[in-house]
Design a protein around this ligand. Structure first.
Ligand SMILES: Cc1cc2nc3c(=O)[nH]c(=O)nc-3n(C[C@H](O)[C@H](O)[C@H](O)COP(=O)(O)OP(=O)(O)OC[C@H]3O[C@@H](n4cnc5c(N)ncnc54)[C@H](O)[C@@H]3O)c2cc1C
Length: 272
């Protein structure tokens, strides 16, 4: 079994700030971390490897500093890591990103065919949840999205049955391999990296590929290959703290009605 996990390095969005002048993310304001969903994807691939044998390869597209995210995956139990990094990828939207990652996965599969591709449900910075399904579509394989539990996995029968989140509950779906799975955080609990993995990660040098190493059509990469246009990025206005109304029930209701009718002009047109 060969599991490939797509991992993205993201700014920690719990601390990142928006640049009020350029309306862009000020990436220098936050440390870079592994996209949290992707850590769970690596954990799940490693869990299946422990259960049925095989190998886990992670792949990331990003600047040279994304090497640290790949090392993190080695700590979590991945065997190999590939970083695709080239100025030609800069400015890629989700269409171009999924294209570049697909071409890298095809090259990884030349050495050893891939059975399951894992991705996070979404990245915490871009939030589109498009890249995983985009890769599956390009490879022509089934996509099982928003998976929160692997119910059954058989390496011999080359099949997997999973539970996936839907709006009002969950559904259980089965797929033949190869397939692509996007994971929710509930799929597993992250375990602490054992010391040998940490030592291995510290010494590990990921494979780095540029556009010269993978077969790509440059017109499908970067800004040229990105039909998406970002109109504006802004932080939603902060919610005010609200108002605490005190008094008897009658006083509170009267006060609320007064606010709704007279201050906020609610029902002003139709009347009540
Ligand atoms: C016009 C435009 C220009 C842009 N320019 C840049 C730019 O110059 N630099 C930049 O960093 N971003 C840029 N972006 C953002 C970039 O397109 C997205 O971050 C990227 O396509 C991933 O989309 P997402 O973050 O919504 O990921 P999602 O689709 O939400 O991610 C889902 C999963 O896909 C996988 N995945 C996503 N991205 C990667 C990756 N890079 N490597 C490995 N796995 C991945 C992960 O498993 C992740 O959990 C640009 C976007 C647009 C629209």
């Amino acid at each position: 079994m060969h599991y490939v996990v797509c991992v993205k390095q993201v700014p920690d969005t719990s601390v990142v700030k928006l640049d009020p002048v350029t309306n862009t993310l000020d990436r220098s304001s936050a440390p870079s971390i592994i996209n949290p969903y992707d850590a769970h994807a690596v954990e799940e691939a490693v869990r299946l490897k422990k259960q049925s044998g095989g190998k886990v390869t992670v792949v990331s597209m990003g600047p040279p500093m994304a090497v640290s995210t790949i090392k993190k995956c080695i700590e979590l139990g991945a065997d190999e890591g590939v970083l695709i990094s080239d100025r030609a990828f800069a400015g890629s939207d989700t269409l171009a990103t999924s294209y570049a990652l697909t071409q890298a996965i095809k090259k990884i599969a030349e050495k050893e065919p891939v059975d399951i591709i894992f991705a996070g449900k979404q990245a915490i910075d871009g939030d589109t949840a498009q890249v995983g399904p985009g890769i599956a579509r390009r490879l022509g394989i089934p996509v099982l999205a928003q998976v929160n539990q692997v119910e059954h996995f058989s390496a011999e029968e080359k099949m997997i049955r999973v539970r996936r989140k839907i709006e009002d509950g969950h559904e259980v779906v089965e797929s033949k391999l190869p397939c692509l799975i996007t994971v929710e955080k509930e799929i597993n609990e992250l375990t602490y990296a054992p010391l040998p993995n940490m030592i291995k990660a510290a010494k590990y040098n990921p494979i780095v590929w540029t556009t010269n190493d993978i077969e790509v059509d440059r017109s499908q990469l970067g800004l040229k290959g990105s039909p998406t246009v970002v109109g504006k990025i802004f932080a939603p206005p902060k919610q005010s703290g609200g108002e605490k109304i005190q008094g008897t029930a009658d006083e509170v209701v009267n006060h609320v009605m007064d606010k709704l009718l007279n201050v906020h002009g609610l029902f002003a047109k139709g009347g009540v």
